[in-house]
Design a protein around this ligand. Structure first.
Ligand code: PMP
Length: 296
């Protein structure tokens, strides 16, 4: 595999990061995960919401005051170079990271460097099984301490605590409440509920990442399903009273929720409709207003 590192494509084995870098020592980095779905019919790779991911990466760096020398255009170019260098003609997950490769403290003013890593992935399965979920005893990090809206590596320590707990109790995915006791998000995805054919999702001020897939799902609900979706404060009991629920994110894609705290949903009909539309979008058969597919 070839990676983009600093300013060029190099062999994966040649990437060197100092063990005393603040990225290794403190998890200081900002990153994006971007999916590319390969369409054998057109022999092209469709990158999902490329521009939005690049914008969010730059925004995360700005919020943490991380210095670096990359423009959006240069990051876009690095991603394209990585795909070309590896002659990618299959489904791919791209990890795009601004990190520190030299020794330094968490206060560093040194410039971060860009890393782009392609990770082989799978096509989207509209039949994928539903997952069980459980409210975590851990609270989501919040905007007064470590804002979940910034996509930083260190945030995932909070995710790890919750996900370990969920797995130990036999559930697939944890769900966080925020410090005010409202539903926030899962450790690596956002949540929607469906109640009497209306969708609900925690608002951006509920301690969630500004998920790009969440916006795609909102777009699909409004413009493809022609249904209502409200961004609200959701209580735990709203999850129990809902007819169905779904998780969404770049890695999670759109996934039905089978149960919350062992309370099972009776249907996944609206979720499957969202999944069908998501499938059309990522293979270039559906144009949306907010996100675009970049064909390479
Ligand atoms: N919330 C968290 C905590 C995440 O890590 C992710 C994955 N990036 C998401 C939500 C979904 O975000 P996106 O749709 O932009 O991938």
């Amino acid at each position: 595999m070839k990676y983009f590192f600093r300013h060029q494509i190099i062999d994966a084995d040649d990437v060197r990061v100092d063990i005393m870098s603040p990225t290794v020592q403190y998890g200081l980095n900002v990153f994006e995960g971007i999916r590319g779905y390969y369409d054998p019919a057109t022999q092209s790779l469709g990158l999902v919401a490329l521009q939005l991911h690049i914008e969010r990466l730059l925004e995360s760096a700005r919020c943490l005051n991380l210095q670096h020398h990359y423009t959006a255009q240069q990051i876009d170019d690095a991603i394209r170079q990585t795909i070309r260098a590896n002659a990618i003609a299959s489904d791919i997950y791209l990890r795009v990271v601004l990190l520190f490769d030299a020794p330094g403290s968490w206060q560093t003013d040194a410039p971060a460097v860009l890393l782009v890593v392609p990770v082989p992935s799978r096509p989207f399965d509209v039949q994928k099984p539903a997952v069980s979920t459980k409210i975590s005893s851990w609270e989501r990090i919040n905007g007064r301490s470590l804002p979940p809206r910034i996509k930083a590596g260190a945030n995932y320590l909070n995710s790890r605590l919750a996900q370990q707990e969920a797995r130990q109790s036999g559930c697939d995915v944890a769900l966080f409440l925020n410090t005010a006791g409202f539903v926030a998000e899962a450790p690596g995805s956002c949540i929607f509920t469906v109640c009497r054919r209306k969708f609900y999702t925690p608002s951006l001020t509920s301690s969630i990442l500004g998920s790009i897939t969440r916006l795609i799902v909102i777009d699909i609900i409004r413009h493809v399903l022609e249904a209502n979706v409200d961004e609200v404060s959701l209580e735990r009991v709203d999850l129990y009273q809902a007819d169905e629920a779904l998780l969404c994110g770049t890695a999670m894609e759109v996934t039905p929720v089978q149960s919350v705290d062992h309370i099972r949903y009776q249907t996944d009909a609206m979720t499957r409709a969202v999944m069908q539309a998501y499938h059309r979008f990522i293979y270039g058969d559906l144009a949306l207003t907010y996100a675009t597919l970049t064909r390479l």
